[in-house]
Write a protein that binds this ligand. Structure first.
Ligand code: SF4
Length: 438
């Protein structure tokens, strides 16, 4: 399985990084226009591993740039579970996510015909990620029996199908397991992928093959031009656990693996950091960025309070905004059903919209006040003019806004103040006063 031939190792490099180190490829020019960046800036960031573009040549038709200087991107997770396995519903959820502005999708299916659903979601044309250990566990029957060959075979199959990025929990290693034992946590392990690797290591006493065979893994990713998302299998599952050792040990490992990716020109994201009290978010984000040479950072939340079940999408958005102020690049949608159930279509819609709002506020912070004023001015002018059609056109979710405005009947103002509309009153009094002065 291993290929330790040094000259072969040194030849690894994703084509996009190679091209960006040599000049400015055409697809980078197009992406730079979308991002409002110069082509040179974007090509340099890709060459330095600060921006990654998940775009498997077997699949991707709408590449997106994720990382430093780019607009904040949103991923939406869909996928079956043993309790609810309905492919039609999952495709419907994926389409709903795209219509609400998802930049990428992840299929986290753990039940049914996983390859068939994966290909259906891939056919929607949006960059897509998966977590191959899920399918490997299903195929072997349980987590402890997943052998390394099967895991690498599943990874290869996902790459061949055209998956653009893979979450791989390479940092869940024996050292992290020892940290978990020596410094126990209230919630143990809440990452599904992390738990599968951990179960295997506890049962067999063997190192995680994604860690011990990392070089081989890079060769597969290089062959198919697939981005690795270094998964945070030891992320804390409650704020009580935020300062425990296992997470930090995993991040040290991820930092080393991220450097290995960079040295070999393999594009990567970093995932993290789980449930974190709000005052610790900035520190965590800056630490991860530093440890990983400013690699693109992909977050779920952080979740900044544990007691708002049913509203964790709002909680995560609050954490995300603060994280974006400190350098987060890529937000994973959290739905109202987080910690409670598999999301339904309406959960996906609500979660995606709220995450998109967090991403927009992140963009406003990153790009500055002048950028925000220019971006938002048309809506403000329409609001001042009581021009409802223009407001609905400029709003992030215009049809939703229209449905709320219309529910008390059509009026010139809105039903909040009705005939005592402050905007209308002041506008009329100024106009009258202006005429009297003429
Ligand atoms: S009625 Fe009140 S809330 Fe509605 S547009 Fe006028 S000032 Fe704003």
């Amino acid at each position: 399985m291993q290929n330790n031939n040094l000259s072969h190792q040194m030849s690894l490099m994703h084509a996009l990084i190679r091209e960006c180190r040599a000049g400015i490829p055409k697809e980078v020019e197009a992406m730079a226009r979308k991002e409002g960046l110069s082509s040179n800036t974007l090509a340099h960031a890709i060459a330095m591993g600060k921006v990654s573009v998940p775009a498997n040549p077997r699949h991707c038709r709408s590449a997106v740039a994720i990382g430093e200087g780019c607009l904040v991107k949103v991923n939406v997770n869909i996928g079956t579970s043993a309790q609810r396995c309905d492919h039609v519903l999952e495709v419907e959820k994926a389409k709903a996510a795209i219509s609400c502005g998802a930049d990428t999708l992840m299929d986290l299916s753990t039940a049914g015909d996983i390859p068939s659903l994966r290909r259906q979601i891939l056919s929607l044309g949006v960059p897509m990620g998966t977590v191959p250990i899920y399918e490997a566990v299903r195929r072997s029957g349980n987590a402890v029996d997943v052998d390394a060959d099967l895991l690498f075979q599943v990874i290869r199959e996902h790459c061949k199908d055209g998956v653009d990025f893979l979450t791989l929990h390479c940092g869940v290693n024996l050292e992290a397991l020892e940290a978990l034992r020596s410094d126990p946590r209230l919630m143990g392990v809440v990452s599904r992928g992390g738990a599968f690797h951990l179960a295997r290591m506890v049962q067999n006493g063997e190192e995680n093959p994604l860690f011990s065979e990392f070089q081989y893994l890079l060769e597969i990713l290089d062959e198919y031009e697939v981005v690795i998302s270094l998964g945070d299998g030891m992320r804390p599952g409650c704020i009580h656990d935020a300062g425990r050792l296992a997470k930090s040990i995993e991040y040290l490992a991820i930092g080393r693996l991220s450097r290995q990716c960079l040295d070999h020109g393999i594009q990567r994201f970093i995932e993290g950091p789980g449930h974190i009290p709000l005052p610790q978010v900035g520190y965590n984000i800056r630490m991860i960025k530093e440890l990983t040479d400013q690699a693109p950072l992909y977050l779920l939340g952080p979740v900044v309070t544990d007691i708002a079940a049913g509203y964790d999408h709002v909680v995560a958005a609050m954490g995300s905004v603060v994280a974006c102020c400190h350098g987060a690049d890529f937000l994973c949608m959290v739905s109202p059903s987080e910690h409670l159930a598999l999301p339904r279509v309406d959960d996906i819609v609500e979660g995606t919209r709220v995450t998109r709002i967090a991403a927009h506020i992140g963009d406003c912070v990153k790009r500055g006040e002048a950028w925000q004023r220019t971006r938002e001015l048309p809506l403000v002018e329409a609001r001042r003019d009581l021009d409802w059609e223009s407001q609905f056109r400029e709003a992030m979710f215009g049809e939703h806004a229209r449905s709320i405005h219309g529910r008390d009947g059509a009026v010139e103002t809105c039903s909040m103040c009705g005939d005592l509309c402050a905007i209308k009153l002041v506008k009329e009094i100024f106009e009258k006063n202006h005429k009297q002065r003429e």
